[in-house]
Design a protein. Structure first.
Length: 256
């Protein structure tokens, strides 16, 4: 049976690093030409995820489109309706997701799909992959919440500045420090929303939890955990690509 590893975790929690390591040990993550652009420029940090997001652009766009169908988005802490997967309007999304998976992963025996939005949309992935006869392997990566929020805040710097300028024009007495606190509280709500949804969807399921910071400190041990948990003979034994993994998991690229 073909296998799909769903890489699960909040934005800025290490999902890209995890999927990159999976690629190094032989998991197919998608062709390079279909991947999200690895470099996003920011006045403060200059770039994010210099080694890649390992995220297929079409899947990211699909997930955002599906969220928007319910007047939601990746940055809106809003629950989808109860039994949303049974909504008749979702059938077209199920068909589209099946087509996307077939296009990118046809005839691939073991592959991974990664986009943090899947935390909010897990049921449709489970439904479509099961219908396609593909076994699902769940791997969750977590990271210190404050680190995630700081990293998100930096990623969204341009958007924050734009909103600040608009609100400052409307209210000249607005305090910038209070504005930053307001933004941080909103990001905290987003974080909790992702974690709550993921906890709800994973009840009763078997999954592996990886700590982002522990992976940085003990890369070999945690790569071995991944390898043995996936338990697929087609994978490359971590000791055979030890130097590749060491070069890829670079603590200097840890973003805040």
């Amino acid at each position: 049976m073909r296998k799909c590893i769903l890489v699960l975790g909040m934005h800025r929690s290490g999902t890209s690093m995890l999927n990159g390591v999976l690629k190094t040990i032989g998991v197919f993550t998608g062709k390079d030409e279909y991947m999200l652009d690895p470099v996003f420029f920011n006045p403060k940090t200059k770039q994010f995820n210099a080694k890649g997001f390992f995220e297929i652009t079409e899947i990211t766009n699909f997930n955002e489109e599906l969220l928007q169908a319910f007047d939601a988005s990746w940055i809106t802490p809003q629950n989808l309706p109860e039994n949303w997967l049974d909504n008749k309007n979702i059938e077209i999304f199920k068909k589209k997701l099946a087509e996307i998976i077939h296009f990118h992963f046809k005839e691939i025996n073991i592959f991974s799909i990664k986009d943090p939005r899947i935390c909010l949309l897990l049921p449709i992935y489970e439904h479509v992959l099961t219908e396609m006869g593909i076994e699902i392997i769940y791997i969750l990566i977590n990271r210190n919440k404050n680190e995630v929020l700081r990293s998100l805040s930096n990623v969204l710097q341009d958007e924050k500045n734009q909103v600040w300028n608009q609100e400052k024009q409307a209210n000249p007495d607005l305090n910038h420090q209070l504005y930053e606190i307001k933004i941080f509280k909103h990001l905290d709500k987003i974080y909790q929303h992702y974690i709550n949804q993921l906890n709800k969807y994973l009840v009763g399921k078997k999954y592996l939890i990886i700590s982002y910071n522990a992976f940085l400190e003990k890369t070999e041990i945690n790569t071995d955990r991944l390898y043995h948990y996936i338990n697929d003979k087609s994978l490359i034994r971590p000791e055979l690509v030890k130097e590749n993994i060491k070069a890829f998991v670079d603590k200097k690229l840890k973003t805040y």
